[in-house]
Write a protein that binds this ligand. Structure first.
Ligand SMILES: Cc1ncc(COP(=O)(O)O)c(C=O)c1O
Length: 412
């Protein structure tokens, strides 16, 4: 077996389109052997989930933001093993749908550890979360406040404020959040409807390029909390600083503690009676998983080698399209010199191409390709288009308790 190591991607002229989605990274021979063995035993496409990585990312983030209560954004990787692992570590949960509510029920997570953060939701979704026992929701506009006011005796809300961040991979403030200028009128409306507002939330954008927008948003919220200090007898006591913390997609040893330094400093300006919470998703799970795919076909088209994998854009690699993701890609096999090649997914759609100019050795049917840093928004966004199965998840590093729970749930 040949394991190709780092730097090769940059030695080939890349076209400006999807080929930019990849770089090739060094993987140890031992690691490659382990993946090869797992693929042989379990088949591909396979998502190898290492819970040890989830634990260490949780420790790193909580260490970088001391005093901030973490609510894992379940949407990032809604797998029972991830939920159980984080629950065991004391993490709380950010839910956005009745499907995620059901996952909490199935995983034995208490509703008191959950927050419903979807700013726009149907009445049916609200009722499902209330039935579960969730008592805190998020709103960002008049219609939503009126909707939630019907349940004023059972819930309170955080008002989500928008802080646009075009530099983030996903600028969530395009779609959600009220402007800081409209906070006053929305607080008045909630008050007139006797709906309790418990504080503010924001999302600085997913995969932010730096901490600047978190810092700006915290500073703005410090001012809002000061301005509305006397609102409803001081009910504004929570600040939710959202998610957005970046994953280390280029495997360069990203320093979470250093990244969060300016955010810690901004948070230190908050009055001591303000509870600070966060909704991290990507940063906790991205590095936990490796996608293993097999070459299922090979052709030469226009003089270029094409390799067809059993995973693609409609499967685990969905993020290439939805968020311009750049997953490090490592061929675990192959012979000869690297040549600009096309890597395609398994569906009949011509759009299903992962990269159209990737330097690859000569691959044959059955050879393996590993996608690194593939835990966030991969499992959760994969489809079964064309009747092709999404990657199976292979869980490694489960605690004894989680293993017993999974066994019990399989039994019945
Ligand atoms: C409301 C909310 N909170 C948290 C997250 C998680 O964000 P990230 O994965 O960037 O940490 C998202 C992502 O879409 C979100 O919509």
């Amino acid at each position: 077996m040949t394991v190709r190591t780092g730097g090769a991607a940059s030695s080939v002229q890349a076209s400006p389109d999807v080929s930019d989605s990849f770089s090739v990274h060094g993987v140890s021979a031992l690691q490659a052997r382990t993946w090869r063995r797992l693929a042989a035993r379990h088949g591909t496409p396979l998502l190898v989930l290492d819970l040890g990585q989830v634990r260490s990312q949780y420790r790193r983030l909580t260490g970088a933001l001391p005093g901030v209560q973490m609510f894992y954004a379940v949407k990032a990787f809604p797998h029972p093993a991830v939920i159980t692992t984080l629950a065991e570590m004391g993490c709380h949960f950010d839910l956005a749908s009745s499907g995620e509510v059901q996952l909490m029920r199935d995983s034995g997570v208490e509703a008191s550890r959950c927050l419903h953060t979807h700013p726009i939701k149907s009445d049916r979704e609200i009722v499902a979360a209330l039935d579960f026992g969730c008592t805190r929701f998020v709103a960002d506009n008049e219609v939503e406040i009126r909707k939630l006011a019907r349940y004023r005796d059972k819930l309170d809300i955080l008002l989500r404020v928008s802080f646009p961040n075009p530099g983030a991979r996903c600028d969530l403030s395009k779609k959600f959040g009220c402007t800081p200028a409209s906070v006053g009128s929305l607080l008045e409306l909630a008050s007139s409807l006797k709906l309790n507002v418990a504080g503010f939330s924001f999302h600085a954008g997913s995969q932010v390029p730096g901490p600047e927008m978190h810092v700006h948003a915290v500073n703005q919220c410090v001012e809002l909390l000061e301005t509305y200090r006397d609102y409803a007898n001081g009910s504004l006591r929570t600040l939710d600083i959202g998610g957005g913390f970046p994953a280390d997609y280029d495997c360069s040893g990203f320093d979470i503690h250093g990244f969060c330094g300016p955010i810690r400093q901004a948070l230190s300006r908050l009055p001591s009676d303000i509870r600070v919470i966060a909704e991290p998703g990507r940063i906790l799970v991205a590095s936990s998983s490796t996608a293993l795919a097999s070459v299922i076909g090979h052709a030469v088209r226009g003089g270029k080698p094409w390799y067809y994998l059993d995973d693609g854009i409609y499967g685990s690699y969905n993020g290439i399209v939805t968020e311009g993701a750049r997953y490090p890609l490592v061929p675990l096999d192959g012979e000869g010199d690297l040549q600009p090649s096309v890597l395609a997914g398994p569906t009949c759609d011509s759009f299903d191409v992962l990269s159209d100019d990737l330097p690859l050795p000569s691959l044959k049917v059955g050879d393996l390709v590993a996608g690194l840093v593939m835990g966030a928004y991969t499992y959760s966004t994969a489809t079964t288009f064309n009747g092709l199965p999404a990657a199976q998840v292979l869980v490694r590093g489960q605690s004894d308790l989680a293993r017993r729970r999974a066994k019990a749930s399989r039994a019945g």
